[in-house]
Design a binder for this molecule. Structure first.
Ligand SMILES: Cc1cc2nc3c(=O)[nH]c(=O)nc-3n(C[C@H](O)[C@H](O)[C@H](O)COP(=O)(O)O)c2cc1C
Length: 197
């Protein structure tokens, strides 16, 4: 386990097997997309993000052509998807409502970071899972749909929320969240199982 102290909290994160990393996004939570190039770094919200393959694991995310994030991802070829908890929903809305071209969202909105292991973009504090990604070049799709595909090169989770390959949503504040619109979210609901006949 990595145990990292930063200015906000002591963060507990454990590696997630790459072939299991799709489980971190399979239930459709909103994500935070962080990016970095040279001295510049940024974070935005993205609900249009999904797993795309098991092995090697891949993700897809829509990143608007006008966003600062898009500029940094195109320059670096890397990004991180962090899965935020309910506790930081107001930060999710804030980083999704303002552009990093106008302000340093990390400083202005008190967004904490954790160094990633394989990419320069940071993991976001207050999240419960993280996927470090390298862009898979798809020039045709990017132009038409603002779609970015990434290969997941490292994955992490907070063991209080994701343990032994399963989400455990016991703590309300650690639940993942789903975006509707206009500042309205759902928190992830009750799990149930259907017998496989
Ligand atoms: C909850 C939420 C989800 C969002 N989902 C997406 C998305 O999937 N794709 C996208 O391009 N923009 C999305 N946005 C909008 C961007 O986060 C927003 O344009 C942001 O200000 C871009 O920041 P940047 O210019 O600093 O990169 C979302 C906003 C919110 C609040």
């Amino acid at each position: 386990m990595r145990s990292i102290s930063n200015e906000l909290s002591a963060v507990r994160i454990e590696p997630v097997e790459l072939t299991k990393s799709y489980l971190l996004m399979n239930h459709g939570p909103v994500t935070l997309v962080s990016s970095a190039h040279g001295e510049r770094r940024n974070v935005m919200a993205a609900s249009w993000a999904m797993p795309l393959d098991f092995s090697p694991p891949k993700v897809a995310v829509v990143v608007d052509s006008r966003s600062y994030t898009r500029e940094l991802i195109e320059a670096s070829g890397e990004f991180v998807l962090s899965i935020p908890s309910r506790a930081i929903a107001s930060q999710v809305l804030a980083v999704g409502s303002q552009s990093g071209r106008e302000l340093d969202k990390f400083a202005a909105l008190g967004v904490g970071t954790i160094p990633a292991s394989k990419v320069k973009a940071p993991l976001i504090d207050g999240c419960v899972a993280w996927l470090e990604c390298k862009v898979i070049p798809e020039p045709h799709n990017e132009k038409r749909y603002d779609l970015f595909l990434g290969e997941v090169v490292a994955a992490w989770a907070d063991p209080r929320a994701f343990k032994d390959g399963r989400w455990v949503f016991e703590d309300e504040g650690l639940k993942t969240i789903h975006y509707i619109a206009g500042g309205n979210f759902f928190a992830t609901g009750d799990a149930f199982e259907v017998a496989d006949k």
